[in-house]
Design a protein around this ligand. Sequence first.
Ligand SMILES: [Zn+2]
Length: 406
Amino acid sequence: MKILLAALLASLTLFVPGAAADSTGAHRVLVILATWGPQPWTVDEVRRTVFDESDAFLRRSSFGLLSLQGDVTPWLAAYPGRPACPPPLHERVAPGLSEPPLAAARRAGYAPEAYDRVVYVVPRTECEWNAVGVGREALLNGIVSAWLVVHELGHTYGLAHARGSTCRAGVCRPDEYGDPFSPMGHGLVDFSAYEKVTVGWLRDVARVRRAGSFVIGRPDVLGAAPHALVVPTGSGEYWLEQRLDVQPPGLAVRVVEADVPDDDLAPPTRFRHDPTRTGKDVVGAGEVYRVPGSFTVRYDPVAEGRATVVFAWTDRVRPNRPVVVAPNRVRAGRAFRVAWRTADAGSGVASCVVRVDGRIAARVESGVSSAVIAGAKRGTLRVAVACTDRAGNPNRASIRLVRVVR
Ligand SMILES: [Zn+2]
């Protein structure tokens, strides 16, 4: 699919979309000011927004791994009139909006294909959205701000939205941009640890395997590892990170959501607002965050930007009993496959064991749901599958009888 898409796009444009997700280095950016008449910003205003403010934000957030430099064109007469809004593509900015500025830039002596990113800045078109960032291009539609530049470039580095919710009078609704701290939400504060790991600016996070006390650092200081505590559960992966750059400071909680198919971006996160019901966006010092039926964490800052996080599973519910598929009969000496399905909404399934006539034949980790059983002599085999969740709750084994024939 990727190759087909790349071939298709190569015939439409000089850009190579496969190179889009690079997110480190001294990126050369061409900013094309494209118009049919109006010129709402000066070249200098746009230059400051992209090459001072956005560049400074990205340098700081990436620990100097990514920076922006490049050129801003003068206003170019690109469109005959105010452009209509073409349907969006998710590989690139729609040609109806991008081809006229590219042609105008080439006529003016620029070589857009020589840059790592192209940003189109246009007066408000008929499109209702404010901006778009796909492949290696972004378009700002009648609004210029460092948040928009960083957000749309964030998409070109492979990041999805940092979601959250908006709550009014105790009623909460999903908000696509609801994360108050991440530029992939609405906060031009800093990228999250999850986002920094995704784009390759950070590596070291602590992953919980069992209950215990963990010492964590912070995601905005390169030396302060581990930069987050990651908790896998039956309802998604939780990322807990210490935010000492917001008011009030504390532990921010996000959950990684299901991947959005076909958008070529990492799975989005959802921010947990008011995690301890004290009116704050973070877990405060000495407070306990609870995911009912799954886990609790207690957060205690210690010296020099470090904190202890005491983690415990609170899942007391067994995983669902496995639904097992096995052949009714097999030939003697032939190996056969046993598959099963189970789930655990709390801590999640950790491992499963297959026993044949009481003896362990296979033991597999979370994510694997089948095993190959060695061939046996004639007779009847009693195949039992049992799984255990991360909190240690075992389910009752499901049993299938397999006749071994000649
Ligand atoms: Zn977006």
